[in-house]
Design a protein around this ligand. Structure first.
Ligand code: FAD
Length: 489
C-alpha cells in the first residue's frame, strides 16, 4: 500500500513532473509556486519537515510555539506563499515531498529530463522522482575558520545559534559573545539579545569602513543601508560593543567556555601582538560567512564562478539558468545575498521555466524583478568583498588546533603535509592526512585546509550530497538493482 505522496507517485507510474525543485526555502518555494501559477506541474523536495529553509525555520511542533522565536521581516508575505503552496497541492499542481533529502540527480538515459534520488524520513526510504526540468535551490552552509579552542563545549556556529533559537527555542548560553565575520553576525546578535541573552560584544574580523568605498552600491540599495542602520541602532540600545577588525584567538575553559581572548587584527587579518584582552562569557557563537551548497549542481556539470569573498557559487545568466540546459538555480547557490534576493530569484526562475516549457510570455514585471536582482547582486558582491577573509588569519592558529574535526587532524599535521611532504593542494593534503574524509566530507575544513596549502578552496565535488545506505546506492543505473534507466548508461 502506498503510504506517502512519493510512494504513491511510484506506485501509479506517474508521469514525470514538468519541473523538480530541490529546496523549499525562500528561493525554492517561490520558484515552485510561481511556476505552478503558470501551469507548470511541480514536484518540490526538501530535506526539512516544513517549508521555510534557513530564514523561515520553524520551531519543532512538540514545543507548541504559536509565533516564531525570532521575528521574521517578511513573515506576512511568507505566510501568503505558504498558502499558495497549499492551494497548488490541493489542486494537484505541486507535489510537495518534505523530509526528502536528494542525494544525487542523474540525466534520463534518453535525455528527456532528470531522475532525482532521495532518502525519505528517518527510516531513509529510497525514493525516485522524475522531471523534465530541474531547479536547484539548496541554499548555503556556514564557513568556519578554526582557532585555538573552537572545539570547547559552548562554542557554536553563529547560524547554528540562530537555528537553535528558531527550532529548539533555546539559547546557547546566558552571556554569548558573537564573533567571526559577515552580516549574519548582526542578525544573530539581535535575535540572541531579543531572546534574553546578554551579548557583551560582536567581534567582527573585517572593517565596516570597507562599505564606505562602495557608496554607489549602497545608494541604489537604500533598504539594505536602512536595515544595517536599524540593526546598529538596536545593538547600541542594548549596549552591545562592536569590535571591528578583531578576532577571538583563544577560548578559556575546558568542560565549558568561561571566556575568550580577543585580539586586534591588521588589514591582512594578522593578530597584532600585545592587543589581547579577555572577555568573560559562557558561550561563543562564531561564523565567517556562508558557503553556497553546490554538490548536486557541480556533479551535473554546472559551471561555477568565484565570488568576492573567495567562495564558489553557480554561474547563472540573468534568467537564473545554469550552464547546463534544463537546469535553473536560485537563492544562495548563485552567491550569498540574503532572503530578499532569494525571493526575487525564485520568482524569476519560476517565470523562466514556464516560458521555456510552455512558451508563457515573460510579463513586464519580470524586467522589474531582474533590475532589482541586479542591484541586490551588486550589493551582495560589496558585502562579500568587505568580509573576505584576509590571508593573515592562519596566524591565529596554534600547532595543536584541530583543522578537521571529523578526523581529528591538527594544524601541525596539515603543515607537515605541505611543508615537509610537498603537498601543494587540498586533495594531496587530504590523501596524506585524512583531512576532509570524515562525516562532513570536508564541508567544515575545506577552506582552512586550502588556506594552509596556500590555495583558494576548490569548487565542491562530492558525488553524494549526504551519506546514503549501500542499499540505496545499489539502485543507481549500472548496478542492475532497480530498473531505473538503462543499466548500461
Ligand atoms: C545556518 C544558517 C542560518 C541562517 N540564518 C539566517 C537568519 O537568521 N537571517 C537571515 O537573514 N539569513 C539567514 N541565513 C541566510 C539564509 O541562507 C537566507 O539568506 C535565505 O534563507 C536563503 O534562501 P534560500 O532559499 O537560498 O536557501 P535556504 O533558506 O538555505 O533553503 C535551502 C533549502 O534547501 C534544502 N536542501 C538543501 N540541500 C538539499 C538536498 N540535497 N535535498 C533536499 N533539500 C535540500 C534545505 O533543507 C533548505 O530548506 C542563514 C543561513 C544559514 C546557513
Amino acid at each position: 500500500m502506498p503510504n506517502s505522496p512519493s510512494d504513491r507517485g511510484r506506485a501509479t507510474g506517474e508521469q514525470p513532473a514538468d519541473l523538480a525543485v530541490v529546496g523549499a526555502g525562500p528561493a525554492g518555494l517561490t520558484a515552485a509556486v510561481t511556476a505552478a501559477d503558470l501551469g507548470v506541474t511541480v514536484v518540490l523536495l526538501d530535506a526539512a519537515d516544513r517549508p521555510g529553509g534557513q530564514y523561515h525555520r520553524h520551531a519543532a511542533p512538540e514545543l507548541g510555539a504559536r509565533t516564531p522565536s525570532v521575528p521574521h521581516l517578511k513573515r506576512r508575505a511568507w505566510t501568503r506563499w505558504e498558502q499558495r503552496l497549499r492551494r497548488h497541492r490541493s489542486a494537484g499542481r505541486i507535489r510537495y515531498l518534505p523530509a526528502h533529502h536528494v542525494w544525487t540527480v542523474l540525466p534520463e538515459a534518453d535525455g528527456s529530463g532528470w531522475v532525482l534520488h532521495a532518502v525519505a524520513g528517518e527510516e531513509e526510504r529510497a525514493v525516485t522522482v522524475r522531471a523534465r526540468t530541474l531547479l536547484l535551490a539548496t541554499g548555503a552552509y556556514e564557513r568556519q575558520l578554526p582557532f585555538p579552542g573552537w572545539t570547547v563545549p559552548g562554542v557554536v556556529g553563529a547560524g547554528g545559534a540562530q537555528a537553535m533559537l528558531k527550532s529548539g527555542l533555546v539559547l546557547p548560553g546566558r552571556r554569548v559573545l558573537v564573533a567571526g565575520s559577515g552580516p549574519l553576525l548582526l542578525a544573530v546578535t539581535a535575535s540572541l539579545a531579543a531572546a534574553g541573552a546578554t551579548v557583551p560584544a560582536i567581534v567582527e574580523a573585517a572593517a565596516y569602513t570597507a562599505y564606505a568605498d562602495r557608496l554607489g552600491t549602497l545608494a541604489v540599495n537604500p533598504g539594505k543601508a536602512l536595515e544595517g542602520a536599524r540593526l546598529g541602532a538596536g545593538l547600541a540600545r542594548r549596549s552591545v560593543r562592536v569590535l571591528s577588525r578583531h578576532a577571538v584567538t583563544a577560548v578559556h575553559g575546558t568542560d565549558r567556555v568561561t571566556g575568550v581572548t580577543v585580539q586586534r587584527l591588521d588589514s591582512a587579518w594578522r593578530p597584532v601582538p600585545g592587543t589581547g584582552r579577555r572577555i568573560p562569557c559562557d558561550a561563543l557563537a562564531v561564523g565567517h560567512g556562508l558557503v553556497p551548497q553546490l554538490e548536486l549542481a557541480t556533479a551535473l556539470g554546472c559551471a561555477v564562478r568565484r565570488t568576492a569573498d573567495g567562495t564558489v557559487a553557480l554561474a547563472l545568466d540573468t534568467r537564473q539558468r545554469t550552464s547546463v540546459p534544463g537546469i535553473w538555480s536560485a537563492g544562495e547557490t548563485g552567491g550569498i545575498g540574503g532572503v530578499e534576493l532569494a525571493l526575487l530569484e525564485g520568482r524569476l526562475a519560476g517565470h523562466d521555466v514556464a516560458h521555456e516549457l510552455h512558451g508563457t510570455q515573460l510579463p513586464p514585471r519580470t524586467r522589474v524583478l531582474a533590475r532589482r536582482r541586479a542591484r541586490r547582486r551588486a550589493f551582495a558582491e560589496t558585502m562579500a568583498a568587505a568580509h573576505r577573509p584576509g590571508p593573515g588569519w592562519v596566524e591565529w592558529l596554534a600547532p595543536a588546533t584541530a583543522v578537521c574535526r571529523c578526523e581529528e587532524v591538527t594544524v601541525a599535521e596539515v603543515r607537515e603535509a605541505v611543508e615537509t611532504l610537498g603537498a601543494a593542494d587540498s586533495r594531496t593534503v587530504k590523501l596524506l592526512t585524512r583531512a576532509g574524509m570524515g562525516w562532513c566530507q570536508g564541508r567544515m575544513c575545506a577552506p582552512a585546509v586550502a588556506a594552509l596549502a596556500g590555495r583558494e578552496p576548490p569548487p565542491e565535488s562530492r558525488p553524494l550530497s549526504c551519506p546514503v545506505l549501500l542499499g540505496n546506492l545499489a539502485q543507481l543505473p549500472g548496478t542492475g538493482a532497480s530498473g531505473i534507466g538503462d543499466p548500461g548508461s
